[in-house]
Design a protein around this ligand. Sequence first.
Ligand SMILES: C[S@@+](CC[C@H](N)C(=O)[O-])C[C@H]1O[C@@H](n2cnc3c(N)ncnc32)[C@H](O)[C@@H]1O
Length: 257
Amino acid sequence: MNITLVLKKYFRKVFIRRKELESFSLNGVQFSVVDYCYMFGIRPSIRAIAHDEGRRFSSVIYLNSKKGHPYLPPVQAMIKAWANWHEYHHALVLGCAGCALPRFLFDEYESCAIRGVERSDKMIEIAKKFFLHGIDDRFQLIHGDAFDYVSSYQGVGYDVIIVDLFHGKELAMRIFTDDFICHLKRICSDHGLVVFNLSSSLSQEELDHYKTSLKNYFPEASLMLWHQSRFLALFPDKTGHDVVASFKKKTQVYLRK
Ligand SMILES: C[S@@+](CC[C@H](N)C(=O)[O-])C[C@H]1O[C@@H](n2cnc3c(N)ncnc32)[C@H](O)[C@@H]1O
């Protein structure tokens, strides 16, 4: 066994206390809600919805911090970067699980109303029981299907939309259909940003293929690689190349902070 793996295993055993709060199965995937507490406060304690035998997380929050959360730092960095151009008043998160990104938006943008859509009633139960402490009705969690939601939504345009639709590690491929993208564009405000978490689900060829069809609706896009994962930001009409380039740089700066 490689020495780094041995050290990691040793570190985990000695310095991390793992406490399982609940375990459940959803359509063949086993999930558990787990608290990880680091000895001597060497890192902040976290609460996660884990799957794949604890190797992957569907959601993670810090238990005692309001300064960002450990879930998808690139998405948080993209959201912060775009805030340099436009204010957020209405945000939408599609796929919520433990609501880490809604919580990030809630903590970071005090005048922003956040709506989350989650299909699984079990995930909603888990979110309410273990993750939504300290959050008031500025955040509204809707039980429903994200695709139905975007196609029937008629309200005010969203300033930021996060698409984070997975079951375990399986990406919902319907996010690439013309129908969905067209509705995303329709429900986005004139200055709204759309961010997709693609994780490591797609090959480069698949991604190139989808990027071409996305361009019909969102002419400017920015792809970001982070470890094995990919994130795609889609910009409103008339966002110039210079703004996109500057957005990329700012995202990198926030990611390093
Ligand atoms: C990776 S988790 C989302 C994590 C979340 N964004 C956060 O900030 O913590 C993916 C979630 O998407 C949900 N999901 C998958 N397909 C969906 C759909 N069609 N409509 C609504 N939710 C869906 C799953 O039930 C799962 O809870």
